[in-house]
Design a binder for this molecule. Structure first.
Ligand code: HEC
Ligand code: HEC
Length: 338
């Protein structure tokens, strides 16, 4: 390459790199990326989403035929159940609280302990789990759905020639879940330049959240999560729960749980995997102390020495992350064949 050409080439590389950098700068990491990611073999079509929505709200997917995904992930409660620990099949109390399914499409890991990677992989878990929906025999469930003409038709439209099987059930439910995403909250309006969209207290709270209080060590980006697992030193609950450690036996994972989203957090109480805190003020007090149970505590948790105003500011900021509920109509479920 002669000298002149080399210069042109270098200038070109440099200028594209610079303009790419400038374009990067425009993307606000706190605003939700659109479109929602989905796997190559399950493009969300309107037919798949509609079918998934029916299945999500249909109690006939459970062994007892009275419990649906929507029983625990209730849209009226920001897709959770308002309980410290889930109530499953036969009203049996489960080990953990029900997380919201808001923005789970963006998660790299599903469940408090990350034991499933994709939504497709996750969906069949609760249907079969004896403590949850208790449809242990999937062949039975497939037969049951096949007796309903409305489902035979809808599956055929959504997944032509694939039929009703565990894979198409999981794919349809996942397609619906990918539509359950956070809406614009006052915080987002503020990020976009509306100076009065959140209070001055909430603005100070954001500075604390990203600064002195060190919350962004784990609660990052638009979803305020990091797909990581941390032991944040919660008070020990009646039932021992080792969290991530059950799946990856390394010491840091003992008592470590997945960082949850903080979107719509005003509505997802009680908080934490064991529902130990009822209010956001209690949560902030927990972090202010730097944790309660110090065994295997994440090194990023330290006493924060926040004064009352600062604690109130963080709560005000957290409240600004809750948007209007997404628009959704509850589907009519296909009736049994007559
Ligand atoms: C009996 C209550 C109950 C039912 C019914 C239920 N879930 Fe859940 N769901 C939970 C609980 C509790 C967890 C957390 C469990 C854990 O982490 O060990 C969870 C976790 C999840 C997650 C992971 C979210 C995250 O951020 O990690 C998704 C997604 C999910 N459920 C979807 C579904 C779908 C789809 C159905 C129906 C097929 C369903 N759930 C039925 C209680 C329930
Ligand atoms: C070391 C990582 C880490 C840091 C730092 C951190 N968090 Fe968390 N946060 C987590 C994890 C992990 C959980 C879930 C813990 C569990 O249930 O065992 C959580 C849970 C929460 C919850 C409960 C959400 C729900 O729906 O249950 C809130 C609210 C919260 N954090 C706010 C904050 C605030 C505010 C700060 C800063 C003062 C902060 N976090 C700092 C990792 C962290």
């Amino acid at each position: 390459m002669n000298k002149h050409l080399r210069c042109v080439f270098l200038c070109f590389v440099l200028s594209t790199a610079l303009s790419a950098h400038a374009a990067d700068k425009k993307v606000d990491p706190y605003l939700r990326p659109i479109p929602v990611p989905y796997p190559a073999d399950n493009m969300p079509t309107p037919e798949r989403i509609e079918l998934g929505k029916m299945l999500f709200f249909d109690p006939r997917l459970s062994g007892s035929e009275w419990i649906s995904c929507g029983t625990c992930h209730n849209p009226a409660l920001a897709w959770t159940d308002g309980l410290p620990a889930m109530l499953g099949n036969g009203m049996a109390k489960g080990l953990r609280s029900t997380p919201t399914i808001l923005n789970t499409a963006y998660n790299q890991m599903q469940f408090w302990d990350g034991r499933a990677k994709t939504l497709e992989e996750q969906a069949l878990g609760p249907i079969q789990a004896p403590g949850e929906m208790n449809s242990q025999d999937m062949d039975d469930l497939v037969k049951r759905l096949n007796t309903i003409e409305g489902y035979r038709k809808t599956f055929d439209k959504a997944y032509p020639n694939e039929g009703i099987n565990p894979q198409t059930i999981a794919k349809a439910i996942s397609s619906f879940e990918r539509t359950v995403v956070s809406t614009e909250a006052p915080f987002d309006k503020w990020r976009k330049g509306d100076k009065n969209a959140i209070s001055v207290s909430a603005q100070r709270g954001f500075d604390l959240f990203t600064g002195k209080a060190n919350c962004t060590e784990c609660h990052q980006g638009f979803n305020f999560a990091d797909d990581g697992f941390h032991n944040i030193g919660l008070p020990v609950s009646e039932m021992e729960d080792v969290g991530r450690f059950a799946h990856r036996k390394i010491k840091v994972n003992k008592g470590a749980f997945k960082t949850p989203t903080l979107r719509d957090v005003a509505l997802t109480a009680p908080y934490m995997h064991n529902g130990v805190y009822k209010t956001l003020a209690e949560v902030v007090e927990h972090y202010n102390k730097g944790g309660v149970n110090m065994e295997n505590l994440d090194p990023n948790l330290k006493p924060l020495h926040l004064n009352d105003q600062e604690k109130a500011d963080i709560v005000a900021f957290l409240l600004s992350l809750t948007g209007k509920p997404m628009e959704m109509t509850i589907p009519h479920l296909p009736p049994m064949d007559q």
